[in-house]
Design a protein around this ligand. Structure first.
Ligand code: FES
Length: 179
């Protein structure tokens, strides 16, 4: 019986576009090593896709000639780069000590229950991603929340969370914090 020809593992579809790869390579002269470009490259990909999927991580590693695990280490250390697309607005509800003592955890639960998601997830309409955060630096407004367009909310109660979610679901705003 003839031996079966070896099959190649399926190739994953590339995610990074050639222009994006070029922009990453263009950073090389500005850094002491290719490895040092890891963080700026992650930011570039995140800005472009609003997330850094596993495949993109592997492609960054290939460009920088390092192991994918090294890119993953940097990514998980900063905890800022999600692997799945985020909602139009990302909001963090604080659960550090000042906010926790004033019900921050319960308010996070209330927000997620109202939206039908778990912390870290995005609503099915893609409008909102709700996450927990450590101290947001506005403890005097505890319990507080921060949207990724700069809006700060607090002190919150359940009604305040409801109003915040209604406002955030209308989309991003470039306005001063309104605490
Ligand atoms: S503990 Fe929540 S803002 Fe500081």
């Amino acid at each position: 019986m003839a031996a079966e020809a070896p099959t190649r593992p399926p190739q994953k579809t590339a995610i990074l576009t050639e222009p994006l790869k070029e922009r990453i390579r263009a950073l090389f002269p500005r850094y002491p090593s290719k490895r040092a470009v890891t963080l700026p490259a992650l930011h570039m990909v995140h800005e472009h896709y609003r997330c850094v999927p596993l495949q993109a991580m592997a492609e960054i590693a290939e460009i920088l000639e390092i192991a994918p695990a090294e890119v993953h280490d940097t990514m998980s250390f900063y905890g800022f780069f999600p692997q799945a697309p985020l909602g139009d607005v990302r909001v963090w509800v604080c659960r550090s000590i000042s906010c926790m003592l004033r019900g921050g955890d319960e308010l996070l639960g209330h927000a997620c229950k109202r939206l039908g998601i778990e912390p870290g997830e995005t609503t099915s309409d893609g409008k909102l991603t709700v996450e927990f955060a450590e101290c947001l630096g506005v403890c005097d407004h505890a319990p507080a929340a921060l949207a990724d367009d700069g809006r700060v909310y607090g002190p919150l109660d359940e009604a305040g969370v409801d109003a915040m979610l209604d406002e955030l679901k209308k989309g991003r705003k470039d306005e001063a914090p309104h605490i």
